[in-house]
Design a protein. Structure first.
Length: 368
């Protein structure tokens, strides 16, 4: 690939953001991203927005994006998926040669929503799967299936929460850092047994902006860019009744493509840190298995606390993992810093999908 991550900006993350509108959050993150990338608005060719109408509260929500990004009368392409799906789209558009620099945007204003579960329920099939109960029922079914087939225990799942929430204590932008025991997690309020309310990420507000560009743009403008060695995406069966709920086929497909493009043969030996979707704790373990890392000791996974520590940002969640990854590659992750020159960023769209994306990033351009 010949696409670089020039810079990023964020606004957040907090359980509530009453002092800022979503437009102000996006504008603040955009200014930070443009300064970080060393570019001005006139240099940016267009934008890719990861948006859904339901969380935004507007029909055709992407129409409200160009102003605060400075993209008026410039092309804005919308992805109804995770931030990392939008990153993949932007990378492909740059590789066509049509664009030199593109900006990727997404945000969460979850605190504006009184009935978040009702919104999630709308993602289910209205005839067969949109039941009158918690939409987390599918995660509970997945958890049972995963424990039955994988050999992991409920204690292993709870340990993911314990580690990620503890790691987030050192991360100033993660609002859910805390100390728990395995028993605290297992004995918390049941949601869809054996899933408890501490086994999935709580919602947060925030905006995330990424600036992508060509290698030439990286050399010319960027302060400290990172480079995409490979990107892949994939989805499992969209029909719940036909899906194997003990694994993430979407992750396996995405990983295979990203590994192939980046020339990775042994990920556990060639990648220094993994930023993996942990929107549900069992999903982190499931995703690691699908990434081909089952049984690999000493892996550095979500050193900043992941979504369990940083919050569920709807479409922007994968962007938070990308921001953390860039900070690690730059050596700017503060108390959460690990040694990393090549990292993997994984994103999952959330229930009821198995739609995932995987990106491999290097601190330096590697010539194959």
């Amino acid at each position: 690939m010949g696409v670089a991550l020039l810079g990023m900006g964020i606004c957040g993350f907090t359980p509530t953001s009453t002092s800022l509108s979503y437009r102000e959050m996006i504008a603040k993150a955009a200014k930070m991203a443009y300064r970080d990338a060393g570019v001005t608005i006139d240099l940016i060719d267009g934008a890719v927005s990861a948006e859904e109408d339901f969380p935004s509260g507007y029909s055709i929500a992407d129409e409200y994006v160009p102003d605060q990004l400075g993209m008026v009368r410039k092309p804005v392409y919308t992805i109804p998926g995770d931030f990392m799906h939008a990153v993949a789209s932007a990378a492909m558009q740059i590789e066509t040669g049509r664009y030199d620099i593109l900006v990727v945007e997404s945000y969460s204003k979850a605190s504006n929503m009184l009935t978040k579960d009702e919104m999630i329920r709308f993602a289910y099939d209205p005839i067969y799967n949109r039941f009158g109960l918690s939409p987390h029922w599918l995660a509970g079914l997945e958890l049972n299936s995963f424990l039955s087939e994988s050999g992991f225990t409920i204690d292993d799942v709870a340990e993911v929460v314990v580690k990620n929430r503890a790691a987030a204590i050192a991360d100033t932008k993660s609002p859910y850092g805390d100390t728990f025991s395995i028993e605290d997690i297992i004995n918390a309020r049941p949601v869809a047994q054996p899933l408890t309310e501490l086994m999935f990420a709580q919602h947060a507000d925030g905006a995330i902006i990424a600036v992508l560009g060509t290698d030439e743009a990286a050399r010319k403008y960027a302060r400290k860019p990172a480079y995409f060695a490979g990107i892949g995406w994939g989805s499992g069966n969209s029909i719940l009744e036909r899906r194997d709920h003990s694994l993430s086929a979407g992750t396996a497909i995405a990983a295979e493509r990203a590994y192939e493009e980046s020339g990775i043969k042994a990920p556990q030996e060639e990648i220094d840190a993994y930023f993996v979707s942990d929107a549900y704790a069992h999903r982190q373990l499931m995703h690691l298995e699908a990434l081909g890392l089952n049984g690999s000791p000493g892996l550095v996974v979500n050193p900043n606390g992941g979504a369990l520590g940083g919050g569920d940002l709807f479409e922007a969640t994968g962007g938070a993992r990308l921001y953390e990854a860039l900070s690690q590659l730059r050596g700017e992750a503060g108390a959460c810093q690990v040694e990393a020159e090549r990292v993997l960023v994984h994103a999952w769209r959330g229930v009821p999908t198995d739609s995932c994306a995987v990106a491999i990033l290097d601190s330096e351009r590697r010539i194959s």
